[in-house]
Design a binder for this molecule. Structure first.
Ligand code: G
Ligand code: G
Ligand code: MN
Ligand code: NA
Length: 250
């Protein structure tokens, strides 16, 4: 496949970059984090979506290098931000797959220059399913350093509640699909409400993703969800635009 071929040849350090999307607390009217989202501008293929090149990097065994490069770029950007703004970074299945990857992650955090309590790692259920015990051990170690762990795309896939119960977690990120059908399917509201309640009962946080309209914001507020992410609050933006966005917001 051409994508895999180009990815293998790519100078990832030069061609990969990150877009940053705000995550807000509407109750406190403030941005508490930016999520780093990988972008690849290939000289041959143009811009390639992470939905395509992350799985390809996993197949090619390139995730190790990719994660290291992206994490370094993300931290370099976040060092310019105010102290109370955190960095949310997506991990891949491969980052949690073996002991060596875990050790590498911990070393990266120790050397990154940001206090660990400013770091949030986003993981998916797929990432922990392959080797649950291994993944929990790595996540517990990251947490012991002071990092937070968020379970991404919650409510889709295999979504077993037993994961929520057994994983060291600080946050659930409710998948975009539920907000999308808010106001279309009655059940979406109930589902979001239930996940919010669940997170409260577990004393963890909850972020609703994919919020695009004022109407959605109001419904979510009335439910008691205050942490949100989506185009309504800001699209993924280049690192150079983050500080301007923050100063506008405050
Ligand atoms: O930005 P976009 O919506 O196109 O992202 C598509 C998917 O790629 C998302 O599900 C996101 O979690 C994943 N993704 C984005 N950036 C990264 C990254 O830096 N590392 C990993 N492993 N996944 C990422
Ligand atoms: O899997 P993950 O949640 O990390 O992926 C987030 C992706 O969703 C990002 O690539 C981002 O571009 C996209 N996204 C973020 N906010 C919105 C939104 O409000 N609407 C839509 N359609 N996509 C969004
Ligand atoms: Mn994410
Ligand atoms: Na998500």
């Amino acid at each position: 496949r051409q994508l895999e071929h180009e990815l293998q040849r790519a100078d990832m350090d030069a061609e990969m970059w990150l877009a940053f999307q705000p995550i807000v607390n509407v109750d406190q009217a403030h941005i508490f984090a930016f999520e780093a989202l990988a972008r690849w501008t290939s000289p041959v293929l143009g811009s390639v979506s992470p939905g395509a090149f992350i799985p390809a990097a996993e197949r090619l065994g390139l995730v190790k290098d990719l994660t290291r490069i992206l994490f370094r770029k993300a931290c370099a950007a976040a060092l310019d931000w105010p102290d109370d703004v955190r960095l949310s970074f997506n991990l891949s299945v491969e980052d949690l797959a073996d002991a060596e990857s875990g050790i590498r992650l911990i070393a990266m955090v120790r050397q990154c220059g940001l206090p660990p309590n400013r770091l949030i790692f986003e993981i998916t259920e797929t990432a922990v399913m392959r080797d649950f015990d291994r993944a929990s051990t790595v996540l517990a170690a990251l947490r012991a350093l002071g990092c937070s762990i968020a379970l991404d795309d919650f409510g889709t896939g295999y979504s077993s509640l037993s994961y929520v119960n057994r994983l060291p977690l600080d946050k659930l990120k409710i998948d975009q699909s539920f907000v999308r059908s808010l106001g279309i399917e009655r059940s979406s509201r109930t589902i979001i409400e239930s996940i919010c309640d669940l997170s409260k009962n577990l004393s963890i946080g909850c972020v609703v993703e994919g919020v695009e309209t004022r109407e959605q914001v109001e419904i979510l507020r009335s439910i008691g969800c205050f942490k949100m992410q989506g185009y309504y609050f800001g699209r993924p933006m280049p690192a150079a635009a983050v500080l301007a966005h923050l100063s506008q917001e405050r």
